[in-house]
Design a binder for this molecule. Sequence first.
Ligand SMILES: O=C(O)CCC(=O)C(=O)O
Ligand SMILES: [Fe+2]
Length: 251
Amino acid sequence: MTQIISNLNVTELIADQPIGPDNPPLLFPEGHSDVPEIPTQHVLQASDFAVSWEDNLTEVQLDKFVNDGWIIIDDVFNSTALLALQAESGFIEYRDAQLTAGIRVSDIRGDKIRWITENFFAGFFYLESINTLAALFNRSLFAGIRHSEAHYACYPVGFGYQWHSDNPAGRDERVISAVFYLNDEWAANDGGALEVVDKQGVHHNVMPVANRLVIFDSDLRHQVQIAHRQRYSIATWMRRDGLVPFVEENN
Ligand SMILES: O=C(O)CCC(=O)C(=O)O
Ligand SMILES: [Fe+2]
């Protein structure tokens, strides 16, 4: 099975232009002699993930976040960035998510995950863009975020994630949670909604549709309803503690 094919050291992500669902970004090993020289090809770069967060986080949105604890931003990235994230999410090797060190409880949490490190390509640009969103939350709401972390997640058919908050009891390092969805043409009968209880106690169902970012206070309770179709996302947390270098086990 492919190890990390989006490793920056060994691969280069090249996107044809124009790219579309039938022509996704391509991954080629560095120095690979068979790579075609197509002059219109575009190497993915951080600027492809530039988002004008100020335009999305209007006063109305910020007020809603303060009062209700959650907001949705749709159509977040341009199609190049979205396709690159979708392609990367489909290629990487996932591992079983853990609840506590070494213990897996798939009745509670059925997702398979892969933490995003600098060895990722699209995912790392995503995280950099999220950091500019965090800076905006710091400027406008004094959120006190010092770094962000994120993992790709894949929920197999028949799995969800039971009610929880993203800060385990006695912890408060996670300030804001954000989940970015990657699923084209997700229908209501595919299940897999994120059900979140807002600060007023109202339940909301959020469908995991591509290019949608749902942002919520990490203390809000939420669950992922059982998915009837494979469900892809990037779960993201903006944290108040300093950056801890992420060391991934090589197993
Ligand atoms: O994928 C989602 O909609 C939410 C995932 C979640 O709650 C988590 O990973 O903590
Ligand atoms: Fe969660």
